[in-house]
Structures are given as C-alpha cells and as structure tokens.
Design a protein around this ligand. Structure first.
Ligand code: PXG
Length: 405
C-alpha cells in the first residue's frame, strides 16, 4: 500500500470512500498517480476542472496575481473584484453578484438573500419565510443545506435541523405550484440534478417553473454550481429553456479547477437586501480568486467551451448508445455531463468505476447505480473514443463474469 493512501486513511476523517488511487500530478485531461501511471480524468473533480488540469493560462494568471496581491479581505476595495463581477454579470445577464468561496457558501448566500427578500420586499411575516426545494436535490453540506436534503443519510444525527423548507417532486411543475403559499420566498432548483444522478427533468419544466414563480412573486434560484459554465452544452443549463433565474449560484469551474471560487448573482432588487453587516466572508472575492475567475471566464468564452461541450457531449452519447450491454439500463446527459445507469440486478456502478480505474480511466459512481462521465471540456474526440472502448470492454468483462458465476 502506498504511504499517501495509508496516511490519508489514518489522519483524514473518513467522510469519503475514495477509489484506491493516489494522484500526484495533473495536466489537461490526464492525471498521474504516485507510481507514474496515467489516467484519463472523466470526473473533473465533480465538474470543477472544466478547463483541464494546470491550464497554462490559469496557472499564469494565478502566478502573476500571487506575486502581486492575494488577500486583503473585503474591508478594502481591490482592482480585481469589480472587473471579475462585471464579467460574470454580463455573461449571465444578472445585475449584481456576491462573491464567496465554496459552493455551499454560495447556496447559503442565496438562502439568506431569499429569506430577507421575502421579508423586506415581499412582506412575509417575520420568521415565516419558506423556500421550496426538490426531491433528489444536492446543494452542499452545511447544517442548513442538509436540513432540506431529501437524503436521510446526509441528516442523520446532525440535528436539530433548520426549519423553513418544503420538498416537492423534482420535474413536476404542478407540485411546485401546489406547494406555494403566501409565505413562499423562493424555489431553489438544479436545472439538471448532478449528485442526484444526472437527472434531466422533462422539457419545459424549468420554463414552466419560472412562469409559476413569476406569477406568485416567488424567486427562482438556480443552483448551477455543477451545471453552469458550459458543462451541459450551453453557458448555463437555464439557457436551454431561455430562463433567466432571479438568482443564480455558480461555483466549481468558476475557479478554473485551481481555487475555490463561488458566487451568488441576482436581480438588483434581490441583491439590494444586502447592506453592510448582513453577510460576509474573509476570503470571498479575494484578488487571487478574482484574477483566476476572470481568466476562467475568458477562456470559457474565447475557447468556446460550452459549444465544445455540446458537440463532444452529443458525440459521446452517440458512441455510448452503440454499446450493446445488458448492464446498461439507460444513458442520459446534456453536453459533457453524462450518466450511465447500471442495472443493479446485474452489476454495481462502483465495480464499473473500479474496473475503469484499473484501465486508466477515472470516473465516480453516484447513488450506487450511475456512472458519471464529466471530463474536462477541453477533452478531444480521440480521448473520448478511448474512454468508450474501455467502458465497452469493462461492461463485457462484467457480463461474462456474471454469466460464468
Ligand atoms: N450545489 C451543487 C449542485 C453541487 O453539485 C454543491 C452545491 C456544493 O458545492 P461545494 O463546493 O460546497 O462542495 C455541489 C457540490 C461532495 C460532492 O462529495 C459535491 C458535489 C458533487 C459530488 C459530491 O460533497 N457537488
């Protein structure tokens, strides 16, 4: 056993069940382990590494800014934050943004914004604001966010939970409409559920939810931490239905796979509820993060990563559809955000991932039955062809073993 694995198992809390590989280097779509073995990264740190590992432009932006100015806190203005937020707002059509670091912090920011907007703009009675969320949601791991998870495992023994949330069926706009009361401040939704298993709602769902929210003076808050910034084949997954949410949450790829960078963006009247003292973060919006974020967004636009994601995602789905294996229940995806549902009676997604890892392809199961494929958006057709070949062979192998046993 390698020392990296042993030390991590001994000293790191066991809040994950990693695949047994110890990575030590990354470049583009590839990572290398301690022994020098090369792997194609089809996971991209849950979509955070859309620009590829150690993207030279991002590394350069990081180095240049690190030598110039890193952290001063928001007690002062800097020459980087304004340009970063201007670019993010212009690209997404939002009015203002509040910078944070991790995804969960940006979701917390959205929850606070929605509640305060509910009281101050909508006139909801004190402490009565409700936020509606969906079954199968994943928005992070803070105490408040797990309070509205539909997954009991995320909550067990972490109570008392934060009240004020209602869960409705994902993909069912009528259920949203029925759940709205005069106390509803917002509807928080992932346009495609990532951690839930790459779950794509029916066409028209998001636009119908948008209408319902507008008609009831409820904020539509889109969590695009995973789906945003090109992952699903458009800049935002909301763009597939021409929906401009009232609040938008970005993270992961916003930091170019280099730093944690997140933000909550929104309409002017939503963002206006924040006044000095209402929210903050020591590191949120620091100039190092802003410089990397600016470059991450510039690369996304200049290298047309959303378009690339759409084209290569369609190609990948076509190739996967050609695999003839009884283990595959279904294949679904949008852009380079693809899930292969494995029939649990015939095999486990974990075993598929372990076998792929042995062959030099890194992926990660979600919800035991789904193999998630979300490579850096800079991947090539040739690399995808190789990946499809490995997946085909692994599924064949597993099927033969199953028949032999
Ligand atoms: N919203 C969505 C849609 C996400 O996918 C978060 C919020 C939280 O982001 P942070 O940066 O706080 O992790 C995510 C994160 C995990 C895990 O093990 C997290 C995600 C996906 C898979 C696993 O915590 N996405």
């Amino acid at each position: 056993m390698s020392s990296g694995l042993e030390l991590e198992n001994k000293y790191c809390a066991h809040n994950y069940h990693p695949l047994p590989v110890v990575l030590s280097r990354g470049e583009g779509v590839y990572v290398w382990d301690e022994t020098g073995k090369k792997y194609l990264d089809m996971m991209s740190a849950y979509s955070a590494v859309s620009h590829g590992h150690a993207n030279p432009r991002l590394v350069n932006a990081l180095k240049t800014q690190a030598e110039t100015l890193c952290i001063v806190s928001r007690a002062f203005y800097t020459d980087k934050l304004g340009p970063f937020l201007k670019l993010a707002c212009e690209l997404t059509g939002q009015d203002m943004a509040l910078p944070m670091n991790t995804g969960a912090e940006a979701v917390e920011t959205a929850v606070k914004a929605a509640r305060r907007w509910g009281y101050e703009a909508k006139g909801i009675e004190a402490d009565k604001a409700e936020i509606i969320v969906c079954t199968g949601n994943f928005h992070g791991r803070t105490t408040t966010i797990i309070s509205f998870s539909a997954e009991k495992e995320y909550q067990k023994n972490f109570g008392p939970l934060t009240p004020g949330f209602k869960i409705v069926e994902y993909g069912d706009a009528d259920a949203l409409e029925a759940a709205i009361t005069p106390n509803t401040a917002a509807f928080l939704v992932e346009p495609i559920q990532g951690e839930g298993g790459i779950v794509i709602p029916p066409t028209g769902y998001l636009s119908r939810c948008h209408e319902i929210c507008r008609d009831n003076n409820v904020l539509l808050l889109a969590d695009e931490i995973q789906t945003g910034l090109g992952r699903t084949g458009s800049l935002l997954a909301c763009d597939h239905e021409n929906v401009k949410p009232d609040g938008l949450i970005l993270g992961k790829a916003l930091g170019g796979g280099i730093l944690p960078v997140s933000m909550f963006l929104g309409r002017q009247d939503v963002m206006d509820i924040f006044v000095p003292g209402t929210h903050g973060s020591t590191f949120g919006g620091n100039p190092l993060a802003a410089a990397v974020g600016i470059e991450a967004l510039n690369i996304l636009v200049e290298d047309q990563l959303p378009e690339r994601s759409m084209e290569l995602g369609n190609y990948l789905m076509d190739q996967l559809a050609g695999i003839d294996s009884p283990l595959i229940d279904s294949i679904r995806g949008s852009g380079l955000f693809v899930g292969i549902e494995i029939d649990p009676a015939l095999g486990s997604a974990r075993e598929v991932c372990e076998r792929l890892m042995e062959r030099g392809l890194l992926s990660k199961e979600t919800h035991e039955t789904v193999v998630r494929l979300a490579p850096p958006l800079v991947i090539t057709r040739e690399a995808l062809d190789w990946a499809v070949q490995q997946i085909t062979e692994v599924l064949q192998e597993m099927d033969q073993l199953r028949l032999a046993s």
